[in-house]
Write a protein that binds this ligand. Sequence first.
Ligand code: C2E
Ligand code: CA
Ligand code: CA
Ligand code: CA
Length: 279
Amino acid sequence: AKSEGIGQIVRYSGSIGTETRERIRLLHELKGAFAAHKLFLVFQPQYMMPERKIFCCEALLRWKNDEGEFIPPDTFIPLAEQAGLIVPMGIWILRSALAALKTIHQAGFPDIKIAVNVSAVQMRHQDFLSELDLALEETGIDPRHLELEITEFISIIGIDNVLHLLNEIRSRGISLAIDDFGTGYSSLASIDKWPIHRIKIDKSFIKHLDDAEEKARLVDLLISLADRLSLNILAEGVETQSQFDRLLELGCQEIQGFLLSTPLGLEDLIRLLQKGVAD
Ligand code: C2E
Ligand code: CA
Ligand code: CA
Ligand code: CA
């Protein structure tokens, strides 16, 4: 039994070693890709119901490695966060998203907004606000056309710091959305204290909207909560017509998901907007 135990420890640490080496290799590759300007953004439309009008698009980061495979952001963003790389990368994301929005505006769609994901690690960096101001100033984008998507993890920087930061952001006219709402632990308890404009219902709730009645009740609850707090509410990850119909029944006015559009390259997004006008 004793030797078996030791064997297990050796196997265990052995596999950690492999995993760590893999992560270091991936991070190294990511740094190289970022430095070589190989990362890019795609944009997923957000629709206002019942008009089906695109009012905003969410910028999503993409990395295609040298083998031509897409590495999912859920894999590489946490690595970038741990290594601090998310700070320069986040500045680049913000600038690129704003530059893309400028192109969208110049293509004849001056009311479209852009939503940019920002991680807590990035936001707690001391230069965050000044970088934000600089990016807005240099692109000439009106702050009211920018939304930042944050998650409840932001509370790791402490509630007082969070409130100060969020109020600073809001005072510029930038709007704030809580992403993946319902997956964190603090959501319902503190949501009324946060200076936010929009709640994004996590796709895990939408996924089981058809088959699990309790999920539908939760979505219903979130929609009434948002209504009570005078917040906008957006359902993400909407993939099927029945999910869509159910959401409309429940009174959800903003929808994002593969059913309406996948994330698109900038040119495709502009083509889609042009088609919308032509219809
Ligand atoms: P998120 O912010 O919750 O983004 C929504 C994710 O859902 C995106 O995955 C999007 O492609 C996907 N999605 C959209 N519609 C549907 C649908 O109908 N069904 C399903 N199953 N999925 C849908 P993506 O692009 O792989 O991003 C994953 C996560 O990586 C994001 O989740 C976000 O947390 C993070 N991420 C992506 N881009 C950035 C970025 O620029 N900065 C930061 N900090 N994080 C990012
Ligand atoms: Ca998001
Ligand atoms: Ca989300
Ligand atoms: Ca997420």
